[in-house]
Design a protein around this ligand. Sequence first.
Ligand code: SF4
Length: 410
Amino acid sequence: MSSHEDRSGKPNRRQFFKKAAAIGLGATLGGSSLWRPHQASAQITIPNEPMPRRPFGRSGIMVSTLSLGGMFDILNNRLMLAKALDWGVNYWDTAEGYGGGRSEEGIGRWFARNPDTRKQVFLVTKLSTRRGGNFETRLEESLKRLHTDYVDLFFVHGIRSINEMESSLKSWAQTMKKAGKIRLFGFSTHSNMEECLEGAAKLPWIDGIMFTYNYRLMHEPRMKEAVEACYRAGIGLTAMKTQGGGPVKSDSESEIEMAGRFMQKGFTDNQARLMAVWQDKRIASICSQMPNLTIMATNAVAALDQTHLSQSDRAFLAQYSKETCGDYCAGCERLCSEVLAKRVPINDVMRCLMYFHSYQDFGLARSTFETLPTQTKELLTQLDFSEAENSCPRNLPIGKLMREAATLFV
Ligand code: SF4
C-alpha cells in the first residue's frame, strides 16, 4: 500500500489533493473567480479517473458533472476544448451572445478540425428573445458558426419570468426537434429563479434549465421546493454562478478564515463551494466559467474528488453566507426593479459588478454592461434608488452600486 492510499487501496483525500498538486501543469493564472493570489503558485494535475456523469433529467443523457462555460475567448484558446475532452468534461455551454458569436465560432472551428468529437459533446447554445429577429434564422446562424447541424440542448437565454416561455416557443421547439436541429429545449435564468423554476415544473415541454444556484441559495426554503418540483418533473438542472460571489467586494475576516479552513483540509474554498453544489444530486452539472487551464484543472480535481464536505464544513459555509448576506445579490429582481417600474434591470448591473469584484474580469464586466440600453445606463446616476433599497431583503446599497457601475464601465 503506498503512502497515498488508505486501507481500501484508494488514495486518501489529503494525499489525493497533494498528489494532484505536486505534479506541475504549468498553466498560468488569469482573472478568475476561482483562485486567490496566495494560491497562484499551486500546480495541478488531473488524476487518471473518469469524470463523474449524471443523467440530464428525464432525457437520461449522461453529462459530465462539470461543464465548460463558453464566456471566454474560445477562438484563441481552443486548447481548452482539447483538454476538456481529455479530462472528461463533455458538456459545453455557449450562446449566440457570448463574444458576439465568437464563442460559438471557436467551438465551430474545433468541430471543423475534429469532426469525430462532435458526438462526444453535449452541446448547448442559447438565444435571447430580447434581441428580436427570426428565431429559426438565428438558430441556423448559430449552427453554422458551431459547424454542426444540431445542438443537444437549446436554451432561451436569461428569462426573468416564466411568462416569457410563451406557447409559440413550445410550438417552435417541437418543430425544431422534429427537424433534428435541437434534441432538448429549456431556458436559462439568473433573475427571479424560484418563480421561473416553479412555473417550469408545470410545463412538460421544458426539458432543461440552467439557473443561478449556490451554497447561498440552495438552503432557502422557496428555492429548495422549486428545485425539487423541477427534479420530480424530470427537468435536467444545470447550476451556474456557483461561487456565490457578489457585487460588493468582501475581504471579511470570515472570508480569510474560510480560505484557511479549506486549505488545511486539502482543497480551496472555491473548490468547496463547487462541492457543496455537487452534493445536491438533483443537479446534473455545474456550468463553470473556466477561462484558463489552471482553473479548469482545479475544478476538474474537485469534480473527481469523491470526498463530501462534512456537516461542519456545510455549517461553516452557511454561517459565512449569513455573515456576508449583504455582499450578495440574490437575483430576486422583481422586488427591487418593480418599484422603479422596471426602468433599470438592477440584477443585470449587479452581475456586471460581480464579474468585476468577484471574477476580477473587467473585460467581461464591461462587455456585459455594454449590452444595456444607453437610456438605462444614463438612469444609473439619475434615479433615486432609495425605494428599491427599502425593498431589498439583503439591504444592498443599490444606489451606490449603480453609480459605481456607471463610473467603472462607461
Ligand atoms: S438588489 Fe436586492 S432585491 Fe434586488 S435582486 Fe439583488 S438582492 Fe434582490
